[in-house]
Each structure stands twice: as structure tokens, then as C-alpha cells.
Write a protein of this length. Structure first.
Length: 408
């Protein structure tokens, strides 16, 4: 019997020209690294459709594979509504999987988008456990008892500090999509004679995971940004930087303090000037930088490792197969960040806004967070906020389009 069948795409956004999908391949590879003795299979809709010109559709081939390998459970990554066009898993196949009692575990990383929330709501009856990452508000709004807020498990074969005291040649790096607001920060540091090594972005410069982690392990400080379409988020880069032993210097936001402790495990920045000052300080105060990195590494190992993620998943599947799958009705928890993550999978409820997580932030910032917590918990207010954000960003996007058009 197969332990896990992974159903996901091979390539970023399903297109080979974008290279291997870091998000999806990481789940398979992190599981392999944690449990090398277990037997797994992988099915990629995009790869099957590209390589097979037969009368057997992708969904038919997947059903045959399920019947052949008989997985204990399925780990599904889905980003479009289930449909019959064989680009994604079909409703009929989901119904079939449920009828033969194979549990499905899935994960969502972009619930700031309404479509992703709609997909989650649609497939929920077929799933046993639903992980979600990046931001908590959609989970609070959806309020389903199968939901568990989680971190992104990074493959420890690549995402590790290596030699703890290795020299780091790069002072500051930024690896990610060169979005307008992010690159304005990077250019500001460059103008202030603090060079930033910048590359990446899956559809811009899809660098391999080995090169990516080598850059992080060669960086003293690495930057992360905490906005996606106006929402506060914690993206995978947060875990990647910390796991590779660089100091995480991240744009202030509501979400990361729900996982890591500001000024203890990472350093938030609030303005361009503040970013510059903090880069200068931690580059010239090596011991302070090393202390924060050491604290973050310990917290990562204790709470946010791939081993813990997959061990908890396996434990849940194993216990559920004997006792029947069931999770407690999920309610928002106001426990502090340390107490929340010390709980096991079945005991962790949806975390809600807790002022003490941001106690060292400026007073006005804390007030904004409190208001945004109220907005995020309301379906109506969150949609209104999204519309307002898009309207305010429209002039900037038009100007930026013109700039890109005429840039030499």
C-alpha cells in the first residue's frame, strides 16, 4: 500500500515555460526528506496532459492509479474549481474517492483571493483536513471545523543553516517577485549605498531550489514583504529565510507576529528610513543579529519544521483510520503566540487578533491592526476594503504600466 498520493501540478501555474513549481514540489520533497522510508506516488495533471495524447483522460488515469496503489491518504493541491476538462480533478472523481473512504488532505496558501475561498468551500465535503496558511481572517470568516491554520513545511534537505558559523558574503538580499512596492524599497537601499542582491520571482527568474537556498545561506540579512493585494500575509519566504539562518527583516504586518515574535525571532521595519537604519544596525552589530537568528532557528525547529507538519498529519490520519476522522468545532483562540503553537494539531483553533503580539509596535500601527482585524472578520467589510484598495492602487498601476512601456 502507498502511504501518500500527491495530486498537484509539476510546473509553476501549470506551464513548463515557468519552470518547476516551488510551492507544489516542496510538499512532495519535504515529505520525502522527513519520511524517506515511506512509499509515495505523485500525479501531475499538467505533466500528464503534456505527455499523453491518448483516449485516456487525466481524471481516468488518476482513478486507475488510485485503484492500483491504494493510498492511505491523498494530499491535494488545488487552485481551480473542480471541473470536467481534465486540467484539474473532477467532481466525479472527488465523489469516487470519498465513496472508497480515502481521506483527502489539502492546503491553501492564497485565501486572500475570493476564488480560493470559493474553491475551499466547494471541496470541503470531500476533505478530511484542510490546512491554510498566510493569513487567518478568511479562516475565521469561513469557520469550518476541518480548517487548521498552519505554516509552510520547507524541505529540510535544502532549507537548513548548513554550517552555523559559515561566512556570509552578502549583506542584504531579496529573493522574490519584483513588485513595484517591493522594488521601491530595494532601490532606496541601493541609492543609500547599501547594495541589495535581488533575483527570483517564479515567472521572472525561476532559480532552482539549491541556488535559492545557497543565496539565503550566504546572506546576513534577507528581506520579506507582508502584503498581497492589500492584505497582510505571511508568505513562504518568512520560513525560508529563517530556516537558512539569515536575519529576517520583514515589512510590518499583522500575520507574522502570530507565528514569530517581533524583535526576538525577526525584525519588522515600518518605513524606508527605518529599513535602512535597521540594516545598518544589524550589519554593524553582529552579536545582536546572531542572537535573533539563533532564537528564530530554535523556534522554527520547535514549532514550524517539516517534521512537525508531516508528523502531525500522519498522526491524524493514523488515529482517524482507527477511530473515525473528527476535529473539534474550531473557534478563534485568543491565546498568546507561544501558547497557541505549543498545542497539537487537533487542539489548535483559529488564532484571532491578540494585542499583546504587537506590544512593541508603534501605537498608531496597533490601532490600525485592531481596525483591520474587525474588517477581516467581516465578509462585507473585507470585500469593501478590497474594492477600496483596488481603486486607490489604480493610478499607480497605470503610471507603472506607462513606465514599463517606455523604459529603455
Amino acid at each position: 500500500m502507498t502511504d501518500v498520493l500527491f495530486i498537484l501540478d509539476k510546473w509553476c501555474h501549470g506551464s513548463s515555460k515557468n519552470g518547476i513549481s516551488a510551492w507544489e514540489s516542496n510538499f512532495v520533497n519535504s515529505y520525502r526528506s522527513v519520511f524517506p522510508e515511506k512509499k509515495i506516488h505523485e500525479f501531475n495533471f499538467d505533466l500528464y496532459n503534456a505527455e499523453n495524447d491518448t483516449d485516456v483522460t487525466a481524471n481516468e488515469a488518476l482513478q486507475e492509479l488510485i485503484n492500483e496503489v491504494k493510498p492511505r491518504y491523498i494530499f491535494l493541491v488545488i487552485y481551480e474549481m473542480p471541473q470536467q476538462n481534465n486540467k484539474i480533478i473532477s467532481v466525479d472523481l472527488l465523489v469516487y474517492i470519498k465513496s472508497i473512504n480515502i481521506p483527502i488532505v489539502t492546503i491553501f496558501g492564497d485565501l486572500e483571493h475570493k476564488l480560493q475561498c470559493d474553491i475551499l468551500t466547494f471541496i470541503e465535503p470531500f476533505c478530511t483536513l484542510i490546512y491554510y496558511t498566510a493569513l487567518t481572517a478568511p479562516g475565521v470568516r469561513i469557520g469550518n471545523d476541518k480548517l487548521r491554520y498552519a505554516w509552510v513545511p520547507k524541505d529540510p534537505h535544502f532549507f537548513n543553516t548548513g554550517e552555523e558559523d559559515r561566512p556570509r558574503a552578502l549583506n542584504v538580499s531579496y529573493l522574490g517577485t519584483p513588485k513595484r512596492d517591493r522594488m521601491s524599497m530595494v532601490r532606496y537601499l541601493n541609492r543609500k549605498h547599501l547594495p541589495v542582491f535581488s533575483t527570483g520571482g517564479e515567472r521572472r527568474a525561476n532559480i532552482g531550489v539549491s541556488e535559492y537556498t545557497d543565496i539565503l545561506r550566504n546572506s546576513k540579512i534577507s528581506l520579506s514583504f507582508s502584503r498581497a493585494d492589500g492584505n497582510h500575509v505571511t508568505n513562504a519566504r518568512t520560513f525560508e529565510i529563517i530556516s537558512c539562518g539569515a536575519l529576517l527583516l520583514e515589512q510590518e504586518g499583522m500575520e507574522t507576529p502570530k507565528l514569530f515574535r517581533p524583535y526576538v525571532d525577526y525584525v519588522p521595519f515600518f518605513t524606508k528610513k527605518d529599513l535602512l537604519q535597521k540594516c545598518d544596525f544589524y550589519l554593524s552589530h553582529e552579536q545582536e543579529r546572531r542572537d535573533i537568528v539563533a532564537s528564530a532557528s530554535k523556534r522554527y525547529d520547535d514549532y514550524f519544521s517539516a517534521y512537525r507538519f508531516w508528523s502531525e498529519t500522519e498522526s491524524f490520519i493514523n488515529q482517524g483510520s482507527d477511530q473515525g476522522f473528527g476535529l473539534e468545532v474550531s473557534k478563534a483562540s485568543d491565546t498568546l503566540v507561544e501558547e497557541y503553537w505549543a498545542l497539537p494539531l487537533v487542539g489548535r483553533h483559529l488564532p484571532k487578533y491578540h494585542a499583546d503580539n504587537y506590544r512593541d509596535f508603534p501605537a498608531f500601527t496597533k490601532l490600525r491592526y485592531k481596525l483591520w482585524a474587525i474588517v477581516g472578520a467581516s465578509e462585507f467589510l473585507s470585500r469593501l476594503d478590497k474594492i477600496w484598495y483596488k481603486l486607490t492602487q489604480l493610478p499607480f498601476r497605470i503610471v507603472y504600466k506607462i513606465y514599463l512601456t517606455f523604459k529603455v
